[in-house]
Ligand binder design. Structure first.
Ligand code: C5P
Length: 222
């Protein structure tokens, strides 16, 4: 079969990573989590004491950065200077930092180029905020996943509890609203539904239902 791409965009907590990963597995193609790359840049900044919103300093760091993405059966692993940081980047602090570095155009360009190169070599399910609108505007299938803010906060609470943390609902909810605000209102490639994307509201849907829905759309489009 010809190479193809499934672009999955949506806000934090919409379920896109879990669902996109499962869709890729069912299709037997690579899953690319682009948020992990922004998190990787933020992680590097925080490690080196660089303010994630200091554009000049972030750009200097970007010149030297060595991020490597490795697709695996379980999803993807991400390495910074050969160190596996896949789990280390899953914190609230790094999520907020990622949302700051993601405002910087050169960061978006550099990461967008890496993402496009991956899709040029493989069939992919790629998730993020600007995949259907900017990174892969020619993607054969485009999905925009959404869910109500309370439901997204509840899902995030579940993830944090599973990691042994004791999150506060209001704090988590505020963090999600703040991230939406950053992602939807930034100047460069804000989070938007591509005109030709299929909108899926997952508020009342299970993971399996969302996966099946996307697989049906893929079958119809390909
Ligand atoms: O998807 P995840 O929550 O891991 O992404 C972290 C942050 O990275 C997002 O809040 C967003 O600001 C940024 N991001 C982006 N464009 C993408 C993927 C992520 O701006 N394609």
């Amino acid at each position: 079969m010809k190479r193809f791409a499934v672009a999955v965009d949506g806000p934090a907590g919409s379920g896109k990573s879990t669902v996109a990963k499962a869709v890729a597995k069912r299709l037997g193609i690579i899953y690319v989590d682009t948020g992990a790359m922004y998190r990787g840049v933020a992680y590097d900044c925080i490690q080196k004491g660089v303010d994630c919103s200091d554009e000049k300093a972030v750009l200097l760091l970007l010149e030297e950065i060595h991020l490597e993405i490795q697709p695996t059966q379980e999803g993807q692993r991400i390495f910074l200077e050969n160190q596996d940081i896949t789990e280390k980047i899953r914190t609230q602090q790094i999520g907020q930092g990622a949302s700051e570095v993601a405002k910087i155009q050169s960061v978006r360009q550099k990461l967008g180029d890496i993402q496009r190169a991956m899709a040029n070599q493989n069939s992919v399910v790629m998730d993020g905020r600007d995949i259907g609108t900017y990174v892969l505007p020619q993607a054969e299938v485009k999905i925009y996943m959404d869910a109500g803010v309370d439901e997204r906060a509840m899902r995030r609470m579940g993830e944090l509890k599973a990691k042994g943390e004791k999150p506060d609902f209001e704090v988590v909810r505020k963090e999600i609203i703040q991230r939406d605000e950053n992602d939807m209102n930034r100047q460069h490639n804000p989070l938007r539904k591509a005109k030709d994307a299929v909108y899926i509201d997952t508020t009342k849907m299970s993971i399996e239902e969302s996966v099946d829905k996307i697989l049906t759309i893929v079958q119809e489009k390909l």
